[in-house]
Each structure stands twice: as C-alpha cells, then as structure tokens.
Design a protein around this ligand. Structure first.
Ligand SMILES: [Fe+2]
Ligand SMILES: [Fe+2]
Length: 185
C-alpha cells in the first residue's frame, strides 16, 4: 500500500466515515477490483488502495475542512453526486499522504470517467458499478463483460451510466462524453 497508513488504519477511517452499506460497497469494490487487477497485470497494492479510498469523501459534511482545497469546474458545481471524487482525492493526498498519481487519478475519475483512462482507472470505475453487492441486472452483465475483457466492460459500464443519467434527466458531465467518444469503437 502506498500510504504512510496501514490498510487496517485506512479501513478504520473508512468504516467510521461511511454508512454501513457504503462500507460494505467499498469492501466489494476492493474484492472485484483486485480480481480485475490480477487478470490485467495491474498492481494489487495500488488497486487495493484506490478501491479502499474511492468513496472516502462520500459523506461530504464530515470533511468540510478539505472542501476548500477542491476546485470544481462549472459542470461539477451543478452535479453534487460527483463532488466526492475530487474531495476523496484531496483527502487521499492531504490526510493519507498518498502521492501515487495513478491511485489519485482512479479516485478522481471513478464516477465521471475521463477522456484518458489507464487500466487502474478503468478497474476502479468498473468495480464501483459492478462489485458483487450490486445485484441489478446491468451490474451482473457489466461484471461478466469486465471479466471477459476490461475495455469491453468499461464501454458497457460507461454506456449504462450515461443512459441512467439521461433517463433521470440529470446533467451529464462532459468528461463522460469525452470518455465515450474516445473509447467507443
Ligand atoms: Fe463514489
Ligand atoms: Fe463507490
């Protein structure tokens, strides 16, 4: 793990700062992300750390002192569900002293995706949507696709997430569109 904290210490922080179902989700993300990492030759340590921290800022109200370091773009300002991405990255950097750029990138990109997604970014994005506590039909389908092929799974996950945002008539962050246009074939 690339932090001055041990995995157990980080887990304690996450458990204390997330609702029980979100903590369960985090453990699910760790397990599925590690499975995907093994299949795709990605570092297990980085994957576990990124997965463990990906939702660390989810309870925004608990981390007010870190909000001042977060810079939202004009779209992010209007999309509250994505605030915890950049907030989580700040907590990882400032509190957990994580310096690894790949780990920070995966935390930052885990719900909007991005034009450039490295394998760890894709793994955390996918595991967030399709970890084994997610029981809905699309999650099962995405999980199977991801296990077959990381890119195939990523495109499917992105499509389903964009579809969800459109059907709910919510604002779609341009980064999701850029990711789509860059990775779809
Ligand atoms: Fe999240
Ligand atoms: Fe998550």
């Amino acid at each position: 793990m690339k932090s001055i904290f041990t995995e157990t210490e980080i887990k304690e922080f996450i458990k204390a700062n997330l609702k029980p179902e979100k903590y369960r989700h985090t453990l699910g993300v760790m397990a599925f992300a590690e499975e995907l990492a093994k299949k795709n030759g990605v570092s297990a340590g980085k994957t576990r750390l990124a997965a463990l921290l990906h939702d660390c800022g989810k309870e925004i109200g608990r981390h007010k002192k870190y909000m001042k370091y977060v810079k939202f773009d004009s779209f992010e300002k209007k999309i509250k569900p994505v605030w915890h991405n950049k907030l989580g990255e700040v907590i990882a950097r400032k509190y957990f002293k994580v310096k690894d750029k790949q780990v920070l990138s995966a935390i930052r990109k885990h719900s909007t995706a991005d034009k450039n997604m490295n394998p760890l970014d894709k793994i955390i994005y996918l595991a967030d949507i399709a970890e084994r506590n997610r029981k809905y039909k699309d999650a099962v389908m995405i999980r199977k696709a991801a296990l077959r092929d990381l890119n195939e799974g990523f495109i499917l996950a992105l499509a389903k997430k964009i579809e969800y945002v459109l059907i709910k008539k919510k604002i779609l962050h341009p980064k999701s569109i850029e990711a789509w246009n860059n990775y779809v074939k």
